[in-house]
Design a protein around this ligand. Structure first.
Ligand SMILES: [Zn+2]
Length: 603
């Protein structure tokens, strides 16, 4: 052990001594329609980190394939401590690449951009006065190691592509809420360590054809803190599109999501509701301006790489120019979120409102009616057009929840608490057995998806009935106060109706299974006796029989009606009771202890 430590320190000293002395040799291949292989990517960043004192390459945890997840950082004054960087008022931009390794533009572009910044090409190094850059070289390492020329067959290069899914065959860009992969857990460590102001995830998309090489998904401005959302919508997004139009030969347009699958781009395009299982939706929960670049598959790979280099230049340039405002808004939002009472958990697009968007498209030629079954339309590159189209960007909240003072999670569900702990959620444990009056949810209705999604049959359209009651809790049960930086994440994950909650991802499914079976006929005599003695109950029963003819003819339903109004019904208290409850008022003599470890165990 000692030997290893001495060896590590010696290596670090060697690396430090080598800085500025070795020559950097990176043989980019994107001009030859090839993307660098995983080992070449790590070698390139290692060289940059060894050569430039402003650069550092660190391992930040595991991935499912067994190799470590790297973080490459560039910091102008060689300060790599995020807390100290933030104290100096600098902005942190985090870039994630290769989440879908068959979409590798960002992998090559980020190395090229990093090298250009470090060697001060076109005075790029100036941005380091106020911007610190973090880059995840390749996120889905397992997918990147498995290359084939047949992955992404309709994509215009590179010749060899990685596989979309990871070593567990999961799509990592659906794993940010549930974090079932080592990759996602290591990402959470990086993300919370940096607490970035700006986040970018690089992708490639198919679908409709048009003149743009690069498109952009921005998180919904309405999901952000109000002041941040206003800056995002009014200044940052127009600023980025303007800069790309002016400084890049490729320009840029919002991601093309048509209003109608069989429609025409000219009918308009829509903003993208990026749920928290996507990287951008997750990042936005923590007051971070988040983006996905989506390059168009039909454009040639070298152009796609260059367009991402251009966007990285403009994104960091905009952040440099506006750093003090970006930091001020984020710091205020980080403070305000702790006091925020009301949370919006789901959204619907408002199709009555649109903005004008200047768009450069290609005429779409529809197939003849008779050919429709065997032929599809095509975009005619000989008939380009420029026109203003409607862009639907306004989403309204459709699920609104007021936070409790705290959520209580029984220790039987420690796995859920571990998921929260990995996202910097402060957790306490009860120090003695206690009864609390809490708001509880009974799951009244839930629909299970028919198809598997990431190994889950996701729960949709959840309805709950809220009941206030006194519940017993035991020493070691968890208390999660809602006065935290992670408030949005806490509420999104713990409210069962939220579309990406832990309930939606099936972690609480045992509670919706049936309880022990009691034959209602076994209680018949006791129920009849009760009915005999209770005039009010008899009136209720007669009224129901009078109003509901099927009830009148259903003896079983009548017995159940009486049973549900009997003291015996108490035994069904835990039936479909969601175990996470809402403490609305903190008792004066609450005895709790803070959890300091990342992973908790039952006591
Ligand atoms: Zn993708």
């Amino acid at each position: 052990m000692k030997h290893t430590l001495v060896f590590t320190i010696a290596c670090l000293l060697t690396i430090t001594a080598c800085k500025q002395s070795d020559e950097v040799v990176i043989n980019f291949k994107y001009d030859d329609n090839l993307s660098l292989e995983y080992h070449e990517v790590i070698d390139a960043y290692t060289q940059l980190a060894n050569h430039y004192p402003e650069a550092r390459l660190v391992k930040m945890g595991k991935t499912d394939i067994g190799k470590p997840l790297h973080l490459f950082m560039i910091s102008g004054d060689r300060d790599f401590n995020p807390e100290s960087i933030r104290k100096k008022g600098r902005c942190i931009v985090l870039i994630n690449n290769g989440i879908h390794p068959g979409e590798p533009e960002g992998i090559d572009a980020s190395i090229q951009f990093s090298w250009d910044v470090l060697r001060n090409k076109n005075d790029l190094k100036n941005i380091l006065d106020s911007v610190v850059i973090g880059i995840i070289p390749v996120y889905n390492i397992g997918g990147a190691l498995d290359r084939s020329e047949y992955y992404r067959t309709n994509q215009n290069g590179p010749i060899y592509n990685g596989r979309r899914r990871n070593a567990r065959n999961l799509d990592l860009n659906r794993d940010f809420a549930k974090q079932e992969t080592e990759n996602a857990r290591s990402f959470a460590r990086i993300f919370h360590n940096l607490n970035p102001d700006v986040f970018l995830d690089t992708h490639t998309t198919n679908g409709s054809d048009h003149q743009y090489t690069i498109t952009l998904i921005a998180t919904l401005y309405s999901k952000l803190d109000t002041a941040m959302g206003k800056f995002f919508h009014d200044k940052m997004l127009p600023g980025l599109y303007e800069r790309m139009e002016k400084n890049s030969e490729y320009g840029m347009i919002p991601y093309v999501r048509m209003t109608n699958y069989f429609g025409d781009i000219k009918d308009g395009i829509m903003g993208y509701n990026d749920h928290p299982f996507y990287s951008t939706g997750y990042a936005a929960l923590f007051n971070c301006y988040s983006f996905m670049t989506e390059n168009l598959v039909y454009k040639y790979f070298p152009d796609r790489v260059r367009s991402v280099i251009d966007f990285l230049t403009q994104l960091t340039g905009f952040t440099y120019d506006n750093c003090s405002e970006i930091r001020k808004l984020k710091d205020e939002a980080d403070r305000k979120i702790k006091e925020q009472e009301v949370f919006h958990l789901n959204w619907e697009i408002d199709m009555s409102y649109s903005e004008d968007l200047l768009f450069k498209g290609y005429e779409y030629v529809r197939p003849e009616r008779s050919e429709r079954m065997r032929s599809r339309g095509y975009y005619d590159h000989n008939r380009p057009w420029i026109d203003t189209i409607p862009y639907f960007t306004k989403y309204d909240p459709v699920l609104i929840v007021t936070k409790p003072r705290a959520y209580i999670i029984p220790q039987a569900w420690s796995d859920i608490v571990n998921k929260l702990r990995r996202n910097e959620v402060c957790v306490y444990r009860l120090d003695e057995d206690t009864d609390f009056e809490v708001e509880t949810y009974y799951i009244e209705n839930v629909e299970h998806s028919q198809r598997t999604n990431q190994g889950h049959y996701v729960n949709n359209n959840v309805d709950v009935r809220l009941v206030k009651q006194v519940m017993p809790y035991y020493k070691g049960d968890y208390v999660i106060f809602t006065n935290q930086h992670a408030n949005k994440f806490i509420v999104e994950m713990l409210e069962p109706r939220a579309p990406n909650s832990y309930f939606a991802w099936n972690y609480f499914d045992p509670i919706i299974e049936s309880h022990d079976f009691y034959s209602i006929w076994g209680f018949q005599d006791q129920l009849m006796e009760m009915l005999e003695k209770n005039e009010e109950l008899r009136t209720q029963l007669e009224k129901k029989k009078y109003e509901d003819i099927s009830f009148k003819n259903d003896q079983m339903a009548q017995l159940r009606f009486i049973y549900e109004r009997s003291p015996m019904y108490e035994i069904e208290k835990y039936n479909r009771l969601y175990p996470v409850t809402r403490l609305m008022q903190e008792p004066e003599d609450l005895k709790i202890k803070a959890v300091t470890s990342t992973v908790v165990e039952s006591e």
